[in-house]
Design a protein around this ligand. Structure first.
Ligand SMILES: *Cc1c(COP(=O)(O)O)cnc(C)c1O
Length: 386
């Protein structure tokens, strides 16, 4: 294929593309993290984050990847030997369950076949049997990036009824791409990361904590120092972090949160849903099989099986090396079996159209009988729907 100039499209489910405005903001000179300018910055970021989390709960921030803040949640809110119900629909759900195990929790897993979401009725039935309230914490992944499945967190929360277990939600790849109402849905702990839908580089983990969760932190005695959420809450009284924060990333976060405010959460959620619909329509038009079922398909990432007899990694390689479009592969059991298109954060319909266009050419190059333009047309029609 004759391609000399190659533009880069980062179509993976995190880290995601960072807007020019955010990059500019991060090039400002570093400031004193104990000074008045920083306090204004952290206060502004925290208040804006609360809008995105749709919460009045405390929102604290750790310099870490998403996994760091998942571990912080376990260290602070899950006691040793406590019974934990882990709802897992993929790799990140399994990871959270494993972190809880390493902290000595007694973890019971409720899992699904890949591509399916947790059935809230199963949760309801399990909790109804737990008449002595032995289950102290429920872990759930909002948007399971590995399976490109979104769990119905609202329904799962409601399925608790009057059961007192804390509900902890990993929304690392969900927050900012799809509806998440921390307060209305009664979510005790929600964790998220900077490098997915929040449009900044990796390095900040955020956590929203309810009053009920804080009360539990008071009686949870895992050893912790850096990850102590109560230290972070205390420092926040002065709009500071207990330890040196990633100042430059916070400049970026502030700018990204301004962009989110400008576009509006509701509009952002519609954009993500439409991007998903376009990609799924294109995949179907090209005869490709999708990983996630329609009813629970993620608005932020889409896993796709390559055509019969074609290696997923070959598709990724041609896309990347010939066309500059980087997609992700499958994780763990799905490694080499699927490719995933990330469409979260700073992702426009133009990025998705480029990806579909190049995917069609790639499939032709791999010898598939694909009608050029079929996927593009399906996506265009989907996008132009009211
Ligand atoms: C990306 C992601 C994480 C965290 O991954 P890190 O690489 O540690 O940032 C956790 N959960 C989900 C659902 C994710 O998508």
């Amino acid at each position: 294929m004759f391609i000399v100039l190659k533009k880069q499209f980062l179509m993976i489910p995190g880290p995601t593309m960072v807007p020019e405005r955010v990059i500019q903001a991060m090039t400002r000179p570093v400031i004193n993290h104990r000074g008045v300018l920083f306090e204004g910055l952290l206060k502004d970021c925290t208040q804006r984050l609360k809008t995105v989390f749709q919460t009045n709960n405390d929102v604290i921030l750790f310099p870490s990847s998403g996994t760091g803040v998942m571990e912080a949640a376990i260290a602070n809110f899950v006691g040793k030997n406590e019974k934990v119900l882990a709802l897992t629909v993929g790799v990140f759900g399994e990871r959270w369950a494993e972190i809880a195990r390493r902290y000595g929790a007694d973890v019971e897993v409720v899992a699904t076949e890949v591509g399916y979401a947790i059935d809230p009725k199963v949760v309801e039935a399990r909790l109804a049997k737990d008449t002595n309230h032995e289950i102290k914490v429920i872990l759930v992944t909002h948007n399971e990036t590995s399976a490109s499945v979104t769990n119905d967190v609202q329904a799962i929360s409601a399925a608790r009824g009057s059961h007192p277990a804390l509900l902890m939600v990993d929304s690392v790849s969900g927050l900012g791409a799809m509806e998440l109402k921390t307060d209305d849905w009664n979510l005790d702990v929600v964790v998220a990361g900077s490098q997915k839908s929040l449009m900044i580089p990796p390095g900040i983990g955020v956590m929203a904590v309810s009053a009920k969760a804080w009360a539990k932190a008071d009686v949870t005695d895992n050893p912790k120092f850096y990850w102590d959420a109560k230290s972070a809450r205390k420092a926040l009284e002065k709009w500071q972090n207990p330890y040196t924060p990633p100042v430059s990333l916070l400049f970026g976060l502030q700018e990204a949160l301004k962009m989110i405010e400008e576009e509006g959460l509701a509009t952002i959620f519609v954009r993500h849903r439409k991007l998903r619909n376009c990609i799924r329509a294109a995949a179907k038009a090209l005869g490709l099989k999708l990983l996630a079922q329609d009813y629970c398909a993620s608005n932020a990432v889409t896993g796709i099986y390559p055509p019969e007899g074609v290696e997923a990694k070959k598709v990724q390689k041609i896309m990347r090396e010939t066309y500059g479009v980087t997609m992700a592969g499958g994780q763990k059991a799905l490694e080499g079996k699927i490719f995933r298109i990330g469409h979260m954060g700073y992702c426009a319909i133009s990025d998705v159209m480029v990806t579909i266009t190049m995917l069609e050419m790639t499939l032709v190059e791999l010898g598939m009988k694909v009608e050029l333009g079929a996927g593009v047309r399906a996506a265009q029609q989907e996008w132009m729907k009211a």
